[in-house]
Design a protein around this ligand. Structure first.
Ligand SMILES: CC(C)(COP(=O)(O)OP(=O)(O)OC[C@H]1O[C@@H](n2cnc3c(N)ncnc32)[C@H](O)[C@@H]1OP(=O)(O)O)[C@@H](O)C(=O)NCCC(=O)NCCS
Length: 194
């Protein structure tokens, strides 16, 4: 399915809510079906969804919030990685970003390239709407091989090279269970140069 041609992009609002969305993850379903509107009212995140032209069913959805990468707090090697394509004469302690707070594809359409089309759409959307102040896209990806691979396949990279480094950063070094999420980034300069 062609995401943009066969679906309509809708901004979630009181008049245009998502109902019956099921991406196979209860937390995300709950967010899109119930909480997204509360986040909007609280000015915490904006949510969009693609609605199928004929069935009117929500095919996929995502939310965005302004964010930043605090490069000054990162370990040296990771700071270098983040700043790899930033001119040396433009050093900032913090770089503007947008956080993909939530993202899901209806289970009915999973593994058919919809998620990858959606990420390409989000890159283009941010490039057009936030041209001069969205250097990075960030996502707190579920720490599961299929999800991490999905973002890697779509040119996202890990902010921290290891889970251990990420734990240290969040001062969770003494917690032994695996991290629930891994923070990943995409440098929007690559999109502009495409
Ligand atoms: C993670 C998620 C967004 C991926 O969406 P998706 O539409 O399945 O993603 P894609 O189809 O683009 O890519 C996933 C797989 O489909 C395969 N694929 C891509 N295009 C394809 C096509 N045209 N035909 C068949 N398979 C295809 C890819 O090879 C990929 O498989 P891989 O794991 O071997 O790399 C979706 O599974 C989802 O909503 N999951 C639940 C919520 C979630 O985990 N969200 C992420 C929050 S961080």
């Amino acid at each position: 399915m062609d995401l943009v041609r066969e679906n309509e992009l809708v901004v979630l609002s009181s008049e245009q809510l998502i109902t019956g969305f099921d991406c196979g993850n209860d937390d995300l379903n709950d967010f899109f079906n119930h909480d997204a509107i509360k986040y909007r009212r609280q000015k915490l995140a904006e949510t969009w969804f693609f609605r199928h032209n004929t069935t009117k069913q929500a095919v996929c959805a995502f939310s965005l919030s302004p964010d930043s990468i605090k490069a000054m707090w990162l370990p040296g090697s990771r700071r270098k990685k983040i700043k790899e394509f930033i001119p040396r004469d433009k050093p900032l302690s913090s770089y503007p970003a947008f956080l993909i707070g939530r993202l899901g594809v209806s289970a009915e359409f999973a593994n058919r390239g919809m998620g990858s089309q959606l990420l390409r759409f989000i890159k283009q959307f941010c490039d057009i709407n936030y041209t001069s102040f969205c250097r990075f896209l960030l996502v707190e990806a579920y720490n599961e091989p299929s999800v991490l691979n999905f973002y890697l396949k779509n040119d996202f990279n890990f902010v921290f090279s290891t889970e251990e480094q990420e734990r240290d950063y969040y001062k969770r070094a003494n917690i032994s269970e695996p991290l629930r999420t891994r923070i990943m980034f995409y440098d929007m300069i690559h999109w502009e140069n495409q």
